[in-house]
Design a protein. Structure first.
Length: 388
């Protein structure tokens, strides 16, 4: 239509996706309300479905969901086996293992109550939500492009950052390629042979590709520095170390909820200020240029602002009335849905429309599915019609 602007497909800056995901993860860390946590999962899944690309590592969101389910199951299993149940609603009783007096307070087996199982489920769901938020950032943001946006002062840990950020996406991509190759060869999925034929090749391939990327960066001179005076080097190290300690203390003060106010946001702001000054001084001794740097435009500011807004609203709610974010277990009651935190979390879905569209190739109708190819490879020769 004339006069209507059309947004061209482009990849959003990876830093914006990480800020958005960290904002949602911060909101999820302050609540154990299963309704709010489920809303966070729905919001993250909607944004990932709308704005993920076609790269192989961008198709691993389901893996993070499965890992989250495993985390919930493990958390509940530990609560059932190691006791710690409370409440009046008894479910069943396990045989209790007698332990010596030296480990008094630890129990294996015994009474299992509904309140204890629900408490473990809520805690596991919160941890699973945090993992899914981080997985969404890994799916939406290319780790190699994120490394280009790392400040120049962090050149010394650039290789380690590359390996750390690319292992998980490469692991998912390697698993998809190995599984596709096995299906094309018509191999049977024997459970005892999965470790030797699938797991070990996947782990080896993912780690090798990450190390090759790090070696390529090292071979191209990534991290070359120039000599600086000893006083400047000492001042830079002091600022960076002080900023890191201040940021850690401030983050703990914000996430803990019981620390003094001075150890929360003020300490975090002070630590970040010291870190910025230290990074600026340290970056002066690094000679590095960027080829086609990623732009930070209006959509990046909007997506990052949404993540910050979600975290800020939920944090303020937890400071004003923390009981809204914690469901009641004694007495046992159905969790309520607080309006303001729910609206704040629902705001996190806006990047599904604020972010520019991704460049996706048109579907190929002539392309056959892998299962069709695998079944054709296993079909006896000379039986049935020949497909052309």
């Amino acid at each position: 239509m004339p006069g209507r602007s059309v947004r061209l497909p482009r990849a959003l800056h990876p830093g914006a996706w990480w800020i958005w995901a960290i904002g949602l993860a911060t909101a999820a860390s302050r609540t154990t309300n299963p309704l709010l946590l489920a809303l966070v999962l729905v919001v993250v899944a909607q944004v990932v479905a709308a704005r993920r690309g076609e790269a192989p590592w961008a198709k691993g969101f389901r893996t993070y969901l499965l890992v989250g389910l495993a985390v919930i199951a493990i958390r509940v299993a530990y609560r059932i086996l190691l006791g710690g149940s409370f409440g009046d609603h008894e479910l069943f009783t396990l045989p209790e293992v007698p332990l010596p007096d030296a480990v008094d307070g630890i129990r294996i087996g015994g009474l299992v109550t509904l309140e204890g199982v629900l408490a473990a489920t809520y805690d596991g769901l919160r941890l699973a939500t945090l993992l899914v938020c981080v997985g969404a950032a890994s799916v939406l943001a290319d780790p190699k492009r994120l490394l280009k946006a790392v400040p120049a002062a962090l050149h010394e840990v650039g290789v380690a950052i590359t390996v750390a950020l690319s292992v998980a996406p490469q692991l998912i991509e390697s698993g998809q390629r190995v599984r596709r190759a096995r299906r094309l060869r018509g191999e049977a999925g024997r459970r005892m042979a999965l470790v030797r034929t699938v797991l070990l090749p996947v782990l080896t391939d993912a780690l090798d590709r990450s190390l090759l990327l790090a070696a390529a960066m090292d071979g191209r001179g990534y991290g070359r520095t120039r000599a600086v005076a000893a006083p400047q080097r000492a001042a830079t190290g002091t600022l960076l170390l002080g900023g890191l300690v201040g940021a850690c203390i401030g983050t703990y003060g914000l996430l803990d909820g019981t620390a003094p106010r001075a150890l929360g946001l003020p300490m975090l702001a002070f630590g970040l200020l010291l870190s910025v000054v230290g990074l600026r001084l340290s970056g002066q001794r690094v000679e590095r240029t960027r080829y086609r740097p990623d732009p930070w435009l209006g959509p990046e500011w909007a997506v990052a602002a949404v993540g910050v807004a979600v975290a800020a609203i939920v944090l303020l709610t937890s400071e004003a009335d923390p009981m809204q974010l914690v469901p009641s277990l004694q007495p046992l009651a159905w969790p309520d849905l607080p309006i303001l935190p729910a609206l704040a979390i629902a705001l996190g879905v806006v990047p599904a429309w604020l972010a520019p569209p991704v460049d996706r190739p048109p579907p190929n109708p002539r392309r056959r599915d892998d299962s069709t190819v695998a079944s054709a490879s296993r079909a006896p020769i000379g039986i049935g019609p020949v497909e052309r």
